[in-house]
Design a protein around this ligand. Structure first.
Ligand SMILES: [Zn+2]
Length: 468
């Protein structure tokens, strides 16, 4: 591939800002150029008028807008067909009625293969270049997922969903503790960093992924801690759910605290899963650990996540769907925890991360009193892109257009979605140039729909959707 110039209005969050400081790192290049070199990395990003002479003859591809690829830091592969499923209740009822039965279908290799192609197509349509993918219980389905992802040229972190205990409805998804650990270790050995052999550069990587504390036992958590001690140095991930639903009632959080006899939900992932939060094994937290939701966290839990570099995958669309509540944005960010966005397909019913960002905006402006906040457009862009790269501990490789990073980006053509064109072309703008820029970015993120995504690129190469 020879060097290519992409000319468009470019938005990205440059550098490595703290979450509290992203607004000062917003870059807007109304007539910008992104130069992608032979290796698929960002050779240069700046105003088109200042394009260095060495690329003056390079072919130019034009688009209306160019932004970093979206990062979905929490999405369930075995729930690909289960969006908008009527569960008749909140999390635990929905799992019983909708999710355990749908996930059991992935035991069938032909079904799993089709689901892997469907899932990959949905990701490309939504511009999700990188994702933390909660995996299927069945190795045959995980194999299909990794193959489809590699063929399409997308990035993925995944791991089979582990369940060693649970209700009768989940029985098809459960294994013994010994088999669970063996299968996770096998998946790591067969797929982790399969493409480059190096966790800093690999597009395909693997994690240890228990569904949540209620789907495993203290013995499973202890064994996972032992396994993680062995593989952490190779860049293996940890991923699960935390503090999602119904703190005060009889829901998930109360069940975890009651079942384990611990002081906090996070303790179960932090090695302190014995009664009284006594230590029973190694921690699963760290820079390559992401916990979805964290809606109802204690201050001590947020501090511990910040201290260990553990990220939160914030899933406001899913939280609305299951009535899980609203993660307190300001308190969570102030605690210093990295907060990225997750679709949480299928409790989330929207694949497009900018729409999840839209729900993020809506729920946090609706928080009570001083907690309510109107998120800045740069904060939304950051949460949808660079914060996700940070959650995956891959900020050195992608998430913005700093020179030398991989060129992971989306081309957007507003004319492909008439309402977007209308809003961006005809909407009212401030006379102040900086204010007008923020208004334009906000409208782009809030108004974007899948048809307007004209190109999805990873390492400078266009992602190719598999046939259904
Ligand atoms: Zn989830």
């Amino acid at each position: 591939m020879s060097p290519t110039v992409y000319r468009a209005h470019i938005f990205h969050i440059a550098g490595q800002p703290d979450q509290a400081d992203v607004t000062s790192h917003l870059v807007s290049l109304p007539d910008g150029a992104l130069v992608v070199d032979e290796a698929g990395t960002v050779a240069w990003c700046g105003p088109f008028a200042a394009l260095p002479a060495q690329w003056a003859d390079a072919p130019v591809t034009r688009a209306d807008y160019l932004i970093p690829g979206f990062v979905d830091s929490h999405v369930h592969f075995p729930q690909a067909y289960a969006t908008a499923a009527h569960g008749g209740g909140q999390l635990l009822e929905w799992l019983d009625h909708c999710i355990f039965p749908t996930e059991a279908r992935y035991a069938d290799p032909a079904f799993a293969d089709q689901a892997a192609r469907y899932f990959t197509r949905r990701r490309i349509a939504a511009g999700t270049t990188a994702a933390m993918v909660f995996g299927s219980a069945f190795p045959v389905a995980q194999d299909a997922l990794y193959r489809a992802t590699l063929d399409a040229g997308l990035r993925i972190v995944s791991g089979r969903g582990v369940q060693t205990v649970g209700p009768e409805t989940a029985s098809a998804l459960m294994t013994s503790e010994a088999a669970a650990i063996e299968m996770v270790a096998d998946e790591i050995s067969r797929w982790h960093a399969i493409d480059t052999g190096d966790a800093r550069t690999a597009k395909v990587q693997v994690g240890i992924v228990p569904r949540f504390s209620l789907s495993v036992t203290p013995a499973t958590l202890a064994a996972m801690g032992e396994l993680y001690d062995e593989v952490r140095g190779r860049g293996v991930y940890f991923h699960s759910h935390l503090n999602e639903n119904n703190r005060k009632g009889d829901g998930e959080i109360a069940a975890v605290l009651g079942t384990y006899g611990v002081n906090s939900y996070l303790d179960t992932y932090d090695g302190h899963f014995l009664p009284g939060s006594k230590q029973g094994g190694s921690t699963l937290l760290g820079r390559r650990s992401t916990l979805a939701h964290a809606v109802h966290s204690q201050a001590g839990e947020l501090a511990r996540m910040a201290e260990t570099g553990t990220s939160i995958a914030h899933c406001p669309t899913s939280q609305l769907f299951l009535g899980s509540g609203t993660m307190p944005w300001r308190a969570t960010v102030a605690a210093g925890v990295n907060v990225s966005l997750g679709s949480d397909i299928g409790a989330g019913d929207e694949w497009l991360i900018s729409r999840v960002a839209g729900d993020c905006y809506k729920v946090h402006i609706s928080e009570d009193g001083d907690a309510g906040t109107a998120l800045h457009p740069a904060e939304l862009l950051f949460a949808a892109t660079l914060a996700g790269a940070r959650a995956l501990d891959m900020e050195h490789a992608f998430g913005n257009f700093d020179e030398g990073k991989d060129a992971d980006f989306l081309l957007i053509d507003k004319k492909l979605w008439e309402p977007l064109d209308g809003m961006l072309s005809m909407g009212i703008r401030s006379d102040d140039e900086d204010e007008a820029t923020l208004e334009e970015l906000f409208t782009l993120l809030m108004g974007l729909r899948q048809p307007a995504i004209a190109g999805v690129f990873v390492q400078g190469t266009r992602a190719v959707a598999p046939p259904l």
